[in-house]
Design a protein around this ligand. Structure first.
Ligand code: GDP
Length: 487
């Protein structure tokens, strides 16, 4: 019964969305990406650009041609979802001490009303497009395939993945504990807590910059939102044989299975129904540079994560009741963020790399569905370019102010001094980016031959009062995501 009631509620809301959409056309735009991928900065820059208007977005046709009369913030429609605090984030970015805003840890929303002049058609009457921006952790998106996996399947996959060469050392403590567990033994709360703690520690280690792995469900273990320390997160995979049969009643396996089911029904399914399934457009931000920097395993992992995400978009189209009422996600963009860490000569190469990654994932999961595009972007460009002479040679450099405490080439930065960096370049041949060789040479100003594989993090740029935030290809993303709806 509760399921029927829930379905009825969802159908009613879909109908409301539909009727509302007739009088005020609405786009629900999902913005996601793993922790630190750049969601908060991206949304802040996107909304700032829409509100401000002007000519700094040449590829976003509706704005560049002056057809957008104004964009304003409106109260967001979902009473139970926090509002994305855009004013505070803009103030943080552009205030006297120029800091990056606090990152996303849970879902939030913001409504922008864009009033525009149609490009063609009926007279000169203005129209309004409502853009509902939905910001949510990518970790939650990577959970959706769990809806199609039993506890046994998930366990087997998680254990297999954890034995791969790059992950095995990070999983060592968890593996030792796993070997001591007998799935058929009576359920012990302490064992479950210990297993969950060690499993979570292993997932967290995989996310560290040095490894930068992407595919790590369950997402709430890394991004718990409101569920921090909740019993819904006290489960972990067990080492099960290929065909384990039914669990022994009262056993550790039976308990783990029950909690996994509870996680799916109380965490993953509601997220799918109440948020994901209502999206019309989606941008997935990926920190491709960190993956490239961490090496081929991280690149392969990112490709698998993109494949998993694509599977979810298929799920979204097929199984949801309300998709009968109106079509859902029809455009997906994968955007590599922080492109300002590279010289512009490498921006196209980063896009080619991402396109190749997406194409491989599309083939692997035989995806067909929403239109897909890729872009290399910097929502807020923290660097500028320069040519720097050293040792009689000229190099293409990027110039920015590293965050206080950042290190490179033996220097520790104070957060005030600008430096020129030789960012290294991506190879012309994208195949090299998938190969075993390191592709990056981040060279420090002090010695352009010394290799530094880490990327410096920069402070936000100094922006003169009233001037727009500098960006790279934010307009390309806007054009793909909203351009056709403002035609
Ligand atoms: P979230 O966890 O996905 O919300 O990530 P954030 O938007 O908070 O970004 C995480 C960090 O990445 C920021 O604190 C910045 O250091 C960096 N970052 C994000 N976007 C940009 C960008 O466009 N340019 C540069 N240089 N750094 C960025």
């Amino acid at each position: 019964w509760t399921d029927y009631l829930e379905d009825a509620r969802i159908a009613a809301r879909a109908a409301r969305d539909y009727v509302g959409g007739l009088s005020r056309p609405t786009v629900r735009l999902g913005i996601t990406g793993l922790s630190r991928a750049g969601k908060t900065v991206f949304i802040t820059a996107l909304v700032d650009a829409l509100l401000r208007g002007g000519s700094q977005l040449p590829v976003f046709e509706a704005m560049a041609s002056g057809r957008i009369a104004r964009a304003t913030l409106e109260p967001q429609p979902d009473d139970t979802v926090p509002r994305f605090d855009v004013e505070r984030h803009i103030a943080t970015l552009t205030g006297a001490d120029r800091r990056w805003p606090e990152s996303t840890t849970r879902i939030s929303e913001l409504r922008v009303a864009v009033t525009y002049q149609p490009a063609r058609g009926f007279g000169t009457a203005e129209r309004t497009l409502i853009v509902d921006i939905v910001d949510y952790p990518g970790e939650w998106l990577l959970d959706l395939p769990l809806l199609n996996r039993s506890y046994t399947e998930w366990s087997q996959e998680a254990v297999r993945l954890s034995r791969e060469p790059v992950r095995a050392p990070l999983a060592a403590d968890w593996h030792i504990h796993l070997q001591t567990l007998n799935p058929d033994a009576p359920a012990e709360e302490n064992e479950a807590v210990k297993a969950a703690t060690l499993f979570r520690r292993y997932l967290t280690a995989c996310r560290q910059e040095r490894f930068s792995l992407s595919l790590l469900p369950p997402g709430r273990f890394l991004m718990p939102g409101d569920l921090e320390n909740s019993p819904a997160l006290t489960f972990a995979p067990l080492d099960l044989p290929e065909f384990p049969g039914e669990p022994v009643p009262g056993s550790l396996r039976a308990m783990m299975e029950r909690r996994y089911e509870a996680y799916r029904s109380t965490v993953v399914r509601p997220f799918f129904r109440h948020h994901f399934a209502r999206l019309d457009r989606q941008i997935v931000l990926v920190d491709a540079l960190s993956s490239l920097n961490a090496g081929p395993e991280a690149v392969c992992d990112l490709e698998n994560a993109i494949g998993t995400i694509l599977e979810s978009f298929r799920t979204g189209r097929r199984t949801l009741l309300s998709s009968i009422v109106r079509p859902r996600i029809d455009r997906v963009m994968f955007a590599a963020t922080k492109a300002d860490h590279l010289h512009h000569a490498s921006h196209d190469r980063l896009e080619v790399f991402l396109r190749r990654l997406a194409d491989r994932a599309i083939r692997r999961v035989s995806y067909s569905g929403a239109a897909i595009d890729v872009a290399a972007v910097a929502a807020v460009r923290a660097t500028r370019e320069a040519r720097v002479r050293t040792g009689g040679n000229e190099y293409e450099a990027i110039v920015g102010t590293p965050l206080a405490g950042e290190r490179a080439g033996g220097d520790v930065f104070d957060g005030k001094t600008e430096v020129a960096m030789f960012p290294g370049e991506l190879p012309k041949d994208p195949d090299l980016m998938f190969s075993g060789r390191s592709v990056f040479r981040g060279l420090t100003a002090a010695d352009p031959t010394e290799t530094d594989y880490r990327f410096l993090r920069f402070r936000p740029p100094i922006v003169p009062r009233g001037a727009p935030l500098p960006h790279i290809r934010l307009d390309r993303a806007l054009q793909f995501l909203l351009g056709d709806r403002l035609g």
